[in-house]
Design a protein around this ligand. Structure first.
Ligand code: GRF
Length: 199
C-alpha cells in the first residue's frame, strides 16, 4: 500500500459545475498548494465531477434521496468522507447543510465558501439578493462551517464591485474569480497541524 502523503490531505464536496474544485486540483498540481486532494463527494451527479475523474481522484455521489432520512444521509456522508482521513474538508459549492454527525467529526476542519460578504446575503441566491438590495460592493467569504446557514467564523473575504448593467450571471462569474483565488489563499495559509489558530 502506498504510504500516506506527507502533504495535508484535503477532501472536497461539490454540487455544481466545480470550477472551485478545478482550481484546487490545478493549484495542488502546479505547486500553488502543497496539499494532496484525497477525494471528492457530491450530493448529486454534478457536472463538476468531471474534474475529479480527469484528475483520477476517488469520488462518490450521495443524493439525499438515497438515504432513509436526513440523519442517515449525514451519517453516511460523514463515513464516506472520513474514509479518506482528511485534515481539511472544503465545501466548494456544496449546496447542502451538514448534520450533527458531520459537524461532530469535522468541526474546525471544514471550510465553506459563499458568494457574498457575509453576514450579508446568506443562503441561496446570494448574488440575486445583493443585486436586489442595490449594494455597490459585494464579494465572497471563506468561513468555517457550523450548524447554521453561512454563519460560521469568517476566515477571509474579498470584495467585488457591482457594475452598472450587471445581472446575476455576470456578477457571479466575477465573484467566482475572486472566490477561487481566496480559497487557494486560505488553504495555503491554513494552520494544518496547528489546530486552534482559527478557534
Ligand atoms: C460558488 O460561487 C459557491 O460559493 C456557490 O456556488 C458556486 C460554486 O461554483 N455556493 P462552482 O460549482 O465551483 O463552479
Amino acid at each position: 500500500m502506498p504510504s500516506r502523503s506527507e502533504r495535508p490531505q484535503v477532501a472536497v464536496l461539490i454540487s455544481g459545475a466545480g470550477s472551485l474544485l478545478r482550481t484546487l486540483i490545478e493549484a495542488s498540481q502546479d505547486g500553488r498548494l502543497a496539499v494532496e486532494l484525497v477525494g471528492v463527494g457530491a450530493d448529486r451527479v454534478a457536472s463538476g465531477l468531471i474534474w475529479a475523474e480527469r484528475a483520477g481522484l476517488p469520488n462518490f455521489v450521495l443524493p439525499l434521496t438515497d438515504a432513509t432520512d436526513r440523519a442517515e444521509w449525514d451519517r453516511v456522508l460523514t463515513r464516506r468522507v472520513a474514509q479518506w482521513e482528511p485534515d481539511l474538508v472544503v465545501s466548494a459549492g456544496f449546496m447542502r447543510l451538514f448534520g450533527p454527525a458531520f459537524l461532530a467529526r469535522f468541526a474546525g476542519r471544514c471550510l465553506n465558501t459563499h458568494p457574498s460578504l457575509l453576514p450579508s446575503f446568506p443562503g441561496r441566491g446570494a448574488v440575486r439578493q445583493a443585486l436586489a438590495a442595490g449594494v455597490k460592493l459585494t464579494g465572497c467569504t471563506v468561513f468555517q462551517v457550523d450548524a447554521g446557514v453561512d454563519t460560521g467564523p469568517i476566515v477571509a473575504q474579498a470584495g467585488v464591485p457591482v457594475r452598472p448593467g450587471d445581472d446575476e450571471a455576470t456578477l457571479h462569474e466575477r465573484i467566482k474569480i475572486e472566490e477561487r483565488q481566496l480559497l487557494v489563499d486560505v488553504i495555503r495559509e491554513w494552520p494544518f497541524g496547528r489546530r486552534g489558530d482559527y478557534d
